[in-house]
Design a protein around this ligand. Structure first.
Ligand code: BGC
Length: 552
């Protein structure tokens, strides 16, 4: 169990400008040599995590799982997957992190469980009409013999969200069939998640990332309303959609907030809610989850006006609810930003991961250059930044994984049309050579490409100009400068973004083609080399500009 710790402050606002490092546990470090990353592997790398200068790690699910969806199919919410370790290993990991001043977020997956969860197994065994089925969403089918799905609702992983059991009942799964959706109208479901939040909070967990936070409550009144397509971002939801972002979902989060506030400092949370920005902020209210993921940069092309708008809007929106914004350039669901930012205009990366059998031509140097510039820009913004394991090495997407290696359910569910998300989940390279580039001793669960060694921790550690050293430098400087949330645009030419944070800290990014002058002051760090003292294209710099003193 968690002991009080002197290294971590009791500041209830510690999260407001935190840098959180996302670990995808199965692909981080493999200590027991089975090809799958594990908790002991993460513990063995705590010195590395400490060397980055992050404030927290977020562990993607490490719970017992059949891995139908990379661990987001949870069979037991208060256990560790035996393939990844034990609860004792978890306690060791959190103690090791806390000892070096790093906090821990865990992932909570409340919309659905695994079909292996004991409640779903009990529901299957108990049969149609049983109380056991009420914790999930079972329905009779339409058509003369109930042979048609109860509604037209689609699954995120395609095509339909309903599957039929041999006993004739259909059940709802907005994701894979192995991920049945809970019925959040059921009091036991509500109660059980409160127990889970307390269980991990009691073990010292500092924060929670809430998976698909906008989907829990659904309009299940009969006849079920039609919804043939997912969220249309051009049509803002109003709180009365059939499946998403219903107003009453916030009742759940208000009850969670009461649990968070039982702790000192209060536990924190961040919502993954894929809804329009204004609606997303409802989840970031102080009586709800407190923060919400802003994925706008994750899906933005490398364009000055887009970045300017995303930044302006999100800083204001967060302020409006008393939260701080979040920023994300890469995660376990999207093409890594070193690759994504080199895609041709108009290509959002989805087509790029289509299984057309080849790695499309991208200029990898251009992608990395932009990725470094984008990262340095992001790390200068007020609020929390989420970085995804491997981006600190400048890793590219592994776009050419062979079909037989793919694990993502998206591949099969789309008739092998889309490869899915495995290309950003390939186990990390720690060493320049050797079996699995230092990930472990066995063949890794997803094959690594030969070019991984050149982007390994060993290759970049201490190497001047490496992406790893850029992240370390930036995070060290950020700690020094980000003492306020002040943010202000400074007038600049249209192809340039220039803003001021408190303490004279300025960030400038050049999206244009011609090199531009830097603001006058002390150059702190740049994402790429200067060109005769000027800031070249696709480059960011931080400059400390002397501010007029109050008395002068
Ligand atoms: C997670 C995905 C997962 C899905 C279903 C998401 O938003 O980030 O990786 O497939 O939720 O749990």
């Amino acid at each position: 169990m968690a002991a009080d710790n002197d290294v971590l402050s009791k500041d209830p606002d510690w999260w407001r400008q935190a840098v959180i490092y996302q670990i995808y546990p199965r692909s981080f470090a493999d200590a027991d040599g089975d090809g799958l990353g594990d908790l002991k592997g993460i513990t063995s790398r705590v010195p590395y995590l400490a060397s980055l200068g992050i404030d927290a790690v977020w562990l993607s699910p490490f719970y017992p799982s059949e891995l139908a969806d990379g661990g987001y199919d949870v069979a037991h919410y208060r256990e560790v997957d035996p393939k990844l370790g034990t609860l004792e290993h978890f306690d060791e990991l959190i103690a090791a992190l806390h000892a070096v001043g790093i906090r821990m977020f865990v992932d909570i997956v409340p919309n659905h469980s695994s079909d292996q969860h004991e409640w779903f197994q009990a529901a299957l065994a108990a049969g149609p009409g049983s109380p056991e089925r009420e914790r999930y969403i079972f329905r009779k089918g339409l058509g003369e013999h109930g042979e048609l799905p109860p509604s037209d609702w689609p699954s995120h992983f395609g095509p339909t969200a309903w599957d039929r059991l041999p006993d004739g009942d259909w059940y709802l799964h907005l994701f894979a069939p192995e991920q049945p959706d809970f019925n959040w109208d059921h009091p036991e479901v509500r109660e059980d998640f409160l127990t889970t939040l307390r269980f991990w909070s009691d073990r010292g967990v500092d924060g929670f990332r809430i998976d698909v936070a906008h989907a829990l409550t659904k309009d299940l009144t009969e006849p079920l309303r039609s919804k043939a397509a997912f969220i249309d971002f051009d049509n803002p939801l109003t709180g009365d959609d059939v499946l998403f972002d219903r107003n009453e979902v916030h009742d759940i989060y208000r009850s969670w907030r009461e649990v968070f506030n039982e702790y000192d400092p209060p536990r924190v949370a961040v919502a993954e809610a894929y809804v329009r920005a204004e609606r997303r902020m409802l989840y970031a209210r102080p009586d709800s989850l407190g923060q919400a993921f802003n994925f706008d940069l994750l899906v933005s092309p490398w364009q000055v006006e887009t970045y300017r708008t995303v930044i302006t809007d999100n800083v204001l929106l967060a302020e409006g609810v008393g939260a701080s914004s979040t920023w994300v350039l890469s995660n376990h669901d999207k093409v890594r930003h070193a690759s994504r930012l080199a895609l041709p205009p108009g290509d959002d990366g989805t087509r790029w991961v289509d299984s057309d059998g080849h790695d499309p031509e991208i200029d990898r140097d251009l992608g990395l250059r932009r990725a470094r510039a984008a990262t340095l820009l992001m790390l200068a913004l007020p609020g929390s930044s989420y970085i995804y394991q491997g981006e600190e090495l400048g890793l590219h997407e592994v776009a050419d994984l062979p079909a037989e290696a793919l694990q993502d359910p998206i591949f099969k569910r789309t008739g092998e049309l889309h490869k899915g998300r495995d290309g950003c989940r390939v186990p990390l390279p720690w060493t320049t050579s050797g079996p699995s580039f230092g990930f472990g001793t066995a063949a890794p669960h997803l094959p690594q490409p030969s070019w991984f060694g050149a982007s390994s921790v060993e290759a970049e550690d201490g190497a001047e100009g490496s992406t790893l050293e850029l992240y370390r430098t930036a995070l060290r400087l950020r700690r020094q400068f980000a003492t306020t949330e002040a943010f202000e645009w400074v007038a600049s030419s249209p192809e340039v973004l220039l803003f001021r944070r408190g303490n004279g800290w300025h960030c400038i990014t050049n999206f244009g083609t011609a090199a531009v002058a830097l603001p006058e002051g002390t150059l702190l760090v740049t994402s790429g080399e200067l060109d005769d003292g000027l800031l070249p294209t696709d480059t960011t710099a931080w400059v400390a500009v002397e501010e007029p003193s109050a008395t002068s």
